[in-house]
Write a protein that binds this ligand. Structure first.
Ligand code: ADP
Length: 270
């Protein structure tokens, strides 16, 4: 922190007067650092499942005459492959969102449509983990934005709520009109919660409070970073509030639609 990088150039000399141009390059250097870190992190994250799959394949060949071992290794290979494909998808989503000229679709989307679609995509996992998701109605509230990206953001929050909660608990999704013409969608879980000292860091790429738990449950460390970018690209924000051991509330705030959505949208967002 506090590093200042400048490009200094002597532009003109006239008699005893010197014109020097000092250009602040700090921001550019910092951006380069961030990119380098990201590439290093991505390589590391990709190598882990790829290495595991290679090793499992090797072991599988050796254990060919032991059906139990074959099943165990095959299951683990399946798990690692799913983690790998989730990671690749997250990296694609994130790099698309970081692209300054990302083409955001912008239309009025009923809040209920976003909520319904995100919950439906999370429902298999919810059933498997015996966690109920309850949604309140957003009545006629509508958001202005890209339906696909908004569903992705909410889906990521639901995935986390499922990932960091115990079976038998519940998740509530609430929609309401917030201040400053923003519509709020809150995801409330009864999970493990997040310590105050980790709270400010959870939106950083690849930051995990407990890397082992995140990996075990299929986390990539990119989910919240994707949510943050979707919110920012819409001119909104995402915030968190949490009590360790009791649960967390993530709130997505997105500008309300400027014109009402067309009557009875029957189509689900892409
Ligand atoms: P991950 O893929 O590891 O879940 P995220 O970027 O989505 O990555 O989240 C970063 C970290 O924030 C997680 O590893 C976890 O430690 C913490 N976290 C996110 N959501 C929750 C939640 N609902 N409850 C408790 N911890 C959470």
């Amino acid at each position: 922190a506090g590093r200042f990088v400048a490009a200094v150039q002597v532009v003109a000399l006239a008699g005893d007067r010197v014109l020097v141009l000092v250009e602040d390059r700090t921001a550019q250097i910092r951006l380069d650092d961030v990119r380098r870190d990201f590439v290093a992190n991505v390589s590391h994250e990709l190598k882990t499942p790829v290495g595991a799959i290679a090793l499992l394949a090797e072991t599988l060949t050796e254990a060919a005459d032991d059906p139990d071992a074959v099943r165990t290794f095959a299951e683990r290979m399946g798990r690692e492959s799913r983690r790998l494909s989730g990671l690749v998808q997250d990296i694609i989503d994130l790099s698309r969102l970081q692209d300054a000229d990302v083409n955001l679709e912008s239309r009025a989307v009923p809040a209920d449509e976003i909520v319904r679609e995100a919950i439906s995509r999370a429902s298999v996992e919810a059933r498997a983990r015996d966690i109920a998701i309850h949604a309140g109605s957003g009545r006629d509230l509508a958001l202005q934005g890209d339906p696909g990206l908004l569903v992705t953001a909410l889906r990521n929050l639901l995935d986390n709520a499922l990932r960091y909660s115990e079976p038998g608990t519940r998740i509530a999704v609430g929609v309401r009109q917030g201040d400053d013409d923003l519509v709020e969608i809150a995801v409330v879980d009864q999970g493990i919660g997040i310590d105050p000292e980790n709270l400010p860091r959870v939106f950083e790429r690849f930051y995990r409070v407990d890397p082992a738990r995140s990996r075990l449950t299929g986390g990539t460390g990119l989910g919240l970073s994707i949510v943050k970018h979707v919110a920012a690209d819409h001119g909104g924000e995402v915030t968190v509030w949490s009590t360790p051991g009791r649960g967390s509330t993530f709130t997505l705030r997105i500008p309300a639609a400027t014109v009402p959505p067309p009557e009875s949208t029957t189509e689900a967002p892409a």
